[in-house]
Write a protein that binds this ligand. Structure first.
Ligand code: 5GP
Length: 190
């Protein structure tokens, strides 16, 4: 998506540890017009899939998930992150590893809001090694929900998570696909 790629080129900052900082429009301050356009694009790609719920992880996926849900006319649901795996019976849970914080955590969603009746579109801001997306997919599997696919704002393709999950049969649509990035040479899109 050209609009998003241009914005990443203009305002994205490549940090050590393969982290792209996009705090000026996606991860801290939010550019609602840009996110609305990204949300509309993702929603358009999945409009015929019978999506009943958009699922993301707190906190950085929430903004983009809301805009996708707005265009699909369904609720957005975010998995909460719990440091303990000692959780109650009223939730679906899946383990994940945090790319940015380096720790393991458990994602949980109340059984009240996700069930075998649902067809889910998973949405997230970034796809790197795929741990977050895998955990969100596992939550759906645990709940017996159907997964229509995943809509991602920014995929760092060279980190391989996307390819692995696609090979497992998950449909993934990424709005900006980064082939490589470093502080000196900048960002190269696929
Ligand atoms: P994965 O689980 O695929 O390795 O990483 C995806 C998650 O880590 C996303 O939910 C996102 O919050 C975070 N993340 C991964 N790479 C980046 C990055 O380059 N920049 C930012 N801001 N977040 C990232």
């Amino acid at each position: 998506m050209q609009l998003l790629e241009e914005r990443i080129r203009k305002d994205g900052k490549v940090l050590p540890g393969d982290v792209l900082k996009v705090n000026s429009f996606l991860n801290h301050q939010l550019d609602a017009e840009l996110l609305d356009a990204v949300g509309a694009e993702i929603a358009g790609l999945f409009k015929d899939c019978g999506v009943t719920k958009v699922l993301t992880a707190e906190a950085s996926g929430i903004a983009i998930a809301c805009f996708v849900a707005l265009h699909l006319h369904c609720p957005a649901l975010f998995a909460k992150k719990s440091k303990t795996s000692n959780i109650g019976s009223g939730v679906w849970s899946a383990k994940a590893h945090s790319y940015t914080h380096g720790n393991d955590y458990t994602m949980i969603v109340s059984k009240e809001y996700l069930s075998g009746e649902d067809t889910v579109l998973i949405v997230d801001d970034f796809l790197a090694n795929g741990s977050a997306l895998r955990a969100l997919r596992d939550l759906c599997t645990e709940a017996g929900a159907k997964v229509a696919g995943a809509g991602i704002a920014i995929e760092k393709t060279y980190q391989g998570g996307g390819d692995e999950l696609r090979a497992e049969g998950l449909r993934i649509e990424s709005m900006a696909r980064i082939a490589s990035m470093d502080a000196e040479d900048g960002i190269r899109f696929c």
